[in-house]
Design a protein around this ligand. Structure first.
Ligand SMILES: [Zn+2]
Ligand SMILES: [Zn+2]
Length: 294
């Protein structure tokens, strides 16, 4: 496995049929060994794992059918499932945030309000209410935690380690293009401000790596809607950056062919997996310039 390429997770993710979705969260974790806390889970990640436990994707017959008709090999179905899990996660986190603010950021009072809400406004069991509230409260801290000096140091080390290549697009950064630290698991959704969750990215990618997007499923509904016609229009003037970032996230910031991470192969570009097929999201991936299909 190439260092820093988060495990070719895409291949694994889509080759494994549902039921093995636990591989998904690895995308945020399997990074080079110098991260001292890489085994540490982000609070939002634990919440996501638990939601996947509550809602295992056992009955998605209709989506199976759609996926099969489009020969999407599980990708479409997985996006629908991921999006729904992320919707619930986001909704629970923002509801907790609401109670947190209402209660003057007092955790005990928030906990009481949250439990009351979950018991009376949802149909979660007592056990689920307990577990959910335990997982949700730590997510209130992450949005408020700032970088520590130690984390700032790690960010500096990362710049050196990645040889000033942006983790997302692979383009070279320098002192003046201002490399910035980006939270890969968003702070607002339970991502810690620590070295295990920070990547050095260029300013442009940071602006387009949407603040509270968790993974490619979050970009999915927004970006999949760009039609072939629009795409041609964009093609002349370059792709809209956010669309590129969505596709790079889909390929996990690695080249689809050599599976090397952007920061090692240099600039990534968007291309079609099957050249006979159109420019739709399911047929797009990130490629290094050497493996660019056309
Ligand atoms: Zn970049
Ligand atoms: Zn390549």
């Amino acid at each position: 496995m190439p260092i820093g390429c988060p495990t070719n997770f895409l291949k694994r993710k889509y080759s494994v049929i549902f039921g093995c979705l636990e591989t998904n969260h690895m995308a945020y974790k399997k990074l080079p060994g110098f991260y001292p806390d890489q085994e540490e889970y982000q609070p939002g990640e634990e919440l996501k794992d638990y939601l996947e436990e509550i809602y295992p994707p056992k009955s998605m017959a209709t989506f199976d059918e759609m996926d099969n008709d489009l020969r999407a090999d599980g990708e479409l179905k997985n996006l629908v499932y991921e999006s729904s899990i992320l919707y619930i996660l986001r909704r629970l986190v923002t509801t907790t945030e609401h109670f947190f603010r209402l209660n003057g950021e007092n955790k005990i009072a928030t906990n009481t309000a949250l439990r009351y809400y979950l018991r009376n406004y949802t149909r979660y069991s007592d056990e689920q209410v307990n577990k959910l509230s335990k997982l949700l409260l730590p997510c209130m801290d992450t949005a408020r935690n700032n970088f520590t000096d130690g984390d700032k140091n790690i960010a500096k080390q990362q710049k050196k380690y990645y040889q000033w290549a942006c983790f997302v697009c692979g383009k070279e950064m320098n002192e003046t293009t201002s490399a910035t630290a980006d939270h890969f698991w968003p702070r607002a959704m339970g991502g810690l401000s620590n070295s295990g969750n920070l990547r050095m990215v260029c300013q442009i990618c940071n602006n387009n790596h949407k603040k509270d997007y968790i993974n490619q499923a979050d970009y999915h509904y927004e970006e999949i809607a760009i039609s072939a016609t629009d795409y041609k229009h964009y093609k002349g003037s370059g792709h809209p950056k956010i669309y590129e970032v969505a596709v790079f996230a889909k390929s996990n910031y690695c080249c689809e062919v050599c599976q090397e991470p952007a920061y090692r192969v240099g600039e990534l570009t968007v291309g079609r997996i099957d050249l006979k097929d159109g420019w739709h999201y399911l047929n797009l991936a990130a490629f290094c310039l050497k493996h660019k299909p056309e």
